[in-house]
Design a protein around this ligand. Structure first.
Ligand code: ZN
Length: 246
């Protein structure tokens, strides 16, 4: 089984009636519910409001893939927890960063750039084009996903050049965006997927659900945990006999 922790900021759902009506149990529960439909996935949730944001060392040690949705409370996430999550990603935990998570502390920490973008909220049409049809994250998507209403996220997107660009979005207003991109950091795989603005029912869309499920299957750790401790190798334990000063 792949153990997934779905992290949700869980703020808009309590303040905005429209968001509450689309996600009565919160976006995090909607995401966990569709992930749990897959026979190999066991998804639980964690939120900002919980002790240690629900991301204790024990929770993270037992997480194969973490998904992250945040927007208006990025600054309320403690730096200590961000460090803890970063360490787990470097060890091999997968990370899916969703929508406005592009500005989260964890995403910016792992990528090392500002991760800014352009945006517009006009309820315009978005086509999420598959640019790598053979990629496991795009499995089951035929050419593109049509979203009747979406928030525009556009270029320039201030990220390091991705290892892979799986999706490129087109918007009704003419903008384009690298909407599904991957990196590796240490032993961990990272997938950023942009659709998911809180006032549109995007996480109820079955094709969006497929992409996120595929992303979890792709990002799960392969093999053993990488303990990144920078150990000294004693001279007398070298494979070939050597002396200091050789
Ligand atoms: Zn948004």
């Amino acid at each position: 089984m792949i153990n997934v922790t779905v992290w949700g900021e869980n703020v808009h759902e309590h303040k905005n009636e429209k968001v509450k009506s689309i996600y009565p149990n919160g976006m995090h529960n909607c995401i966990a519910d569709f992930l749990n439909k897959h026979s190999e996935i066991k998804a639980k949730t964690a939120t900002l409001q919980e002790e240690e944001h629900g991301l204790t060392q024990e929770v993270l040690d037992n997480t194969d893939v973490l998904t992250w949705w945040g927007h208006c409370a990025h600054d309320q996430v403690s730096d200590e927890i961000v460090k803890r999550v970063q360490k787990r990603v470097l060890e091999g935990m997968g990370l899916l960063v969703l929508h406005s998570g592009h500005y989260s502390k964890i995403f910016k920490t792992l990528l090392g750039t500002s991760c800014s973008l352009t945006w517009r909220e006009a309820g315009e049409r978005e086509r999420v084009w598959v640019s790598q049809p053979g990629h496991p994250i795009a499995r089951g998507i035929n050419k593109c996903i049509e979203l009747e209403q979406s928030e525009m996220y556009g270029e320039p997107f201030a990220i390091p050049t991705p290892d892979e660009t799986i999706f490129i979005s087109w918007f009704e207003g003419g903008d384009v965006f690298r909407s599904g991109v991957t990196w590796k950091r240490g032993n961990g795989k990272i997938f950023y997927f942009s659709p998911g603005h809180e006032t549109y029912p995007i996480y109820h869309n079955e094709e969006i659900q497929s992409v996120i499920t595929n992303g979890v299957l792709w990002a799960k750790a392969e093999g053993t945990k990488w303990i990144d401790s920078c150990p000294q190798v004693p001279i007398d334990s070298a494979k070939e006999p050597i002396k200091k000063g050789n």
